[in-house]
Design a protein around this ligand. Structure first.
Ligand code: PLP
Length: 379
């Protein structure tokens, strides 16, 4: 039997409590949007973009409606289109493969590593064809894919890297924030992401000013960016774009939370360490390259009976979840599967083993001990 979100003993996150603690500031920014200068919405969106630049470590950040649309826009701005093959993984959300398909391209699935569940870089070159046009690694659960290693392969073959870091804001690899080794990177602000809004939200970040300009055009109808919010200039379309900017209210939530984000990331890592210490002898825990510093959207452990364990934990008040099962290629929307690796044994094995345990900065050591005790009790 499942329970209402409010009744979880250890929920995925205590959002109400977090928002209550920030209530004065949140009310302030929302009031500013409702009753202040009508241009406050644009200013709020720009503020989020500017303040994220040092966090992400990339010079251009464009705020958009959601991670899903961000991936689509990133692929389009990178010139990926009909018939192009994009190598990605099969243990991610529909958003990743759908974004590829929606630009007319073809997802090509590469198997993943049993250690940190990210793309197996050693398999990439076997999957390249004359139609390969991009690599799209996913920092699943907030674990950095080895994009520095992918970069070498991408450069050898002249391919762009589009990194799906929807779950990985705050993660680092090789001493730099995730996204540093890619051409363009997507971060989501969906409510349970490391930096969550209340609804949808995301940013696309990149090194290149030309790519950023293209992204802004696609996000804002294809107008010249200078006309945004300034109706008197009229419309000057230079691309066939969409209307998918970050909503100002979501921007306001993100801007308010951002000053706490570095601390929250530290707390997520401490929780993951507590899980690793307590559970490492009993279940399969993720293992990371020493240079990788994940952000932990959740803590994904491997057990032999995941459906039972997940259900049992939920009955005991722990909001455990199973993600990415079955692997994306096995969903009925892809009746013939997906191109790529003929067999994906690791992806399949993980889909049949992973259970995600709660990680959120507002969970206490006692909460995590409770989750560990309950998990051990049902093994
Ligand atoms: C790996 C991954 N990529 C992309 C997305 C899409 O992000 P959004 O929910 O903001 O559209 C998600 C959403 O959960 C995701 O898990």
């Amino acid at each position: 039997m499942d329970r209402a979100t409010t009744a979880w003993k250890v929920p995925r996150a205590r959002l109400t409590e977090t928002h209550t603690a920030l209530s004065a500031e949140l009310r302030g920014v929302v009031e500013q949007l409702l009753f202040g200068d009508p241009a406050a919405g644009y200013a709020m969106r720009s503020r989020v973009e500017q303040e994220l630049i040092p966090v992400i470590g990339l010079p251009h950040v464009v705020a958009v409606h959601s991670g899903t649309i961000a991936l689509f826009i990133a692929l389009r701005a990178s010139g990926i289109g009909v018939g192009d093959e994009v190598i990605t993984v099969g243990n991610a959300d529909i958003s990743t493969t759908a974004a590829i398909t929606q630009v007319g391209a073809i997802p090509v699935v590469c198997d993943v590593l049993p250690t940190d569940y990210t793309i197996d870089v050693s398999r990439i070159e076997a999957l390249l064809t004359p139609h390969t046009r991009a690599l799209l690694p996913v920092d699943i659960y907030g674990h950095p894919a080895n994009v520095a290693a992918l970069r070498t392969i991408a450069d050898r073959h002249g391919l762009p890297i589009i990194e799906d870091a929807a779950l990985a804001l705050g993660a680092w690899d090789h001493g730099r924030p995730v996204g540093s080794f890619a051409d363009v990177t997507v971060f989501s602000f969906a409510p349970y992401k490391p930096l969550g809004s209340l609804g949808n939200g995301a940013v696309v970040a990149c090194h290149s000013a030309a790519l950023a300009r293209q992204l802004r055009l696609l996000v804002g109808y294809g107008h010249e960016p200078r006309s945004e919010g300034r109706v008197e200039l009229g419309q000057h379309y230079v691309a066939e774009g969409y209307n998918v900017p970050l909503d100002p209210f979501q921007a306001a939530i993100v801007a308010t939370k951002l000053p706490r984000f570095a601390r929250w990331t530290q707390l997520r890592r401490q929780i993951a360490e507590q899980y690793a210490r307590t559970l490492g002898d009993f279940v399969g825990v993720p293992l990371f390259r020493p240079e990788s510093a994940p952000t932990f959207r959740c803590y994904a452990v491997q057990v032999s009976n995941p459906s039972f364990v997940c259900q049992r934990l939920r009955e005991r008040g722990v909001e455990a979840v199973r993600h990415y099962t079955p692997p994306i290629a096995q969903h009925p929307i892809y009746p013939h599967g997906l191109r790529g690796d003929k067999a994906t044994p690791v992806t399949d094995q993980l889909a049949g083993a992973l259970v995600c345990l709660p990680v959120a900065p507002d969970l206490t050591e006692t909460d995590i001990r409770y989750v560990c005790d309950e998990l051990c009790a049902c093994l």
